[in-house]
Design a protein around this ligand. Structure first.
Ligand code: AHG
Ligand code: MN
Ligand code: MN
Length: 332
């Protein structure tokens, strides 16, 4: 028997301690099962002929990759029989899916595969998940039941498929990381209490959008770039994986700030990332790890969503840095 704590053991202990509804333990186990399947599909992707695009577009009008669809199917199948999941919303589905025969009252929101541009180039991608309670239970579930602020999430996390497959999870009692053992197929607790370092000197932003950034973000990044000789008085490093999960896993490990701010490239869009299945779950995990998550003007988890596929500006990570960017938005 492994000396490490397995995901199931961790969830069972939390359920016995009254921290987690036992029904959710099964849901998370199934999220783990889907993640394991996706991890295997990614490892064999070129061999199995599942690289490349489909002919279809998702609800946001983006071309779907074959692996986006395969990952969505893996989650739908894994979550369909638990009884606990009443509905599923996903980046890859137009509207919410009502799970037939469900009696439990949980809603799962998914970005089945995050980092589309990295799928074909062998760079880390991931899956992001968020769980809410159905306000009126399983019966008569509607799309608007999903439109709850992120502060109501009961559990959220993501799996990053990198050199190792790691699931990062929070149900309101800190953040834990579980590494998939590819030999046994088990997720094992490897990062017991993830805390984001408060003082950090690394930022992540797609700098090719610089000409469209608004003044607060221009100011923050130019001050970082000025380094020791600038107002920050220290040198900063920059990283951009292009998969939110990869950038966020890095900042959970060694600190930093991640930004996909609102910009003027397409004034109709309030940002690129999606509130319900990217910003909310990642914001929840980041806050649980001692960090902060904001649009620049308000806490992400306080936002009242209007649409399932709604986009939002995202600024998250080490608290000191996020607070500074927020102060620049307030004119500080
Ligand atoms: P998705 O693949 O689920 O559509 O999400 C991609 C997101 C996010 O993971 C990443 O941070 C961002 O898009 C990268 O955007 P750019 O290609 O504009 O840098
Ligand atoms: Mn994504
Ligand atoms: Mn995606």
């Amino acid at each position: 028997m492994s000396e490490r704590v397995s995901l199931l053991q961790h969830l069972t202990q939390a359920a016995r301690a009254g921290q987690l509804d036992p029904a959710l333990a099964l849901v998370v186990q199934q999220i783990g099962a889907a993640s394991r399947e996706i991890s295997a599909a990614l490892a064999r992707s070129a061999l199995a002929g599942v690289l490349g695009a489909m002919d279809s577009a998702n609800a946001s009008g983006e071309t779907q990759k074959k692996l986006d669809v395969l990952s969505n199917d893996a989650f739908m199948q894994a979550l369909s029989w638990t009884g606990a999941v009443a509905g599923i919303a996903s980046e890859e589905l137009d509207g919410a899916y009502r799970v037939p025969g469900a009696s439990g009252g949980y809603l799962v929101l998914l970005d089945p595969l995050d980092g589309s541009s990295n799928i074909d180039v062998n760079i880390s991608v991931g899956s992001i998940f968020s769980i809410l309670r159905a306000p009126n239970g399983a019966a008569g579930l509607t799309d608007s039941d999903f439109l709850q602020p992120g502060s109501r999430q009961v559990l959220a996390g993501f799996t990053v498929y990198g050199p190792a497959t790691v699931m990062v999870l929070s149900f309101g009692h800190g953040v834990q990381g579980f590494t998939l053992d590819p030999v046994s197929g088990e997720f094992l607790l490897t990062q017991p209490d993830i805390r984001i370092p408060e003082r950090t000197s690394e930022y992540a932003i797609n700098a090719s959008n610089q000409r469209w950034w608004q003044p607060p973000v221009q100011r923050y990044v130019s001050e970082c770039m000025a380094g020791k000789e600038g107002p920050r008085g220290r040198d900063f490093n920059m990283r951009w994986v292009g998969s939110m999960v990869g950038d966020v896993y890095r900042l959970l490990t060694r600190g930093g700030i991640f930004m996909y701010p609102r910009d003027t490239k397409d004034p109709a869009k309030p940002g690129k990332l999606r509130l319900m299945y990217e910003a909310n779950p990642i914001g929840y995990v980041v806050e649980q790890a001692g960090g902060a998550a904001s649009t620049g003007y308000e806490r992400i988890l306080d936002m009242q969503p209007e649409k399932i596929h709604q986009r939002v500006a995202v600024i998250l990570g080490s608290k000191e840095e996020v607070d500074l960017v927020v102060s620049y938005h307030r004119g500080g």
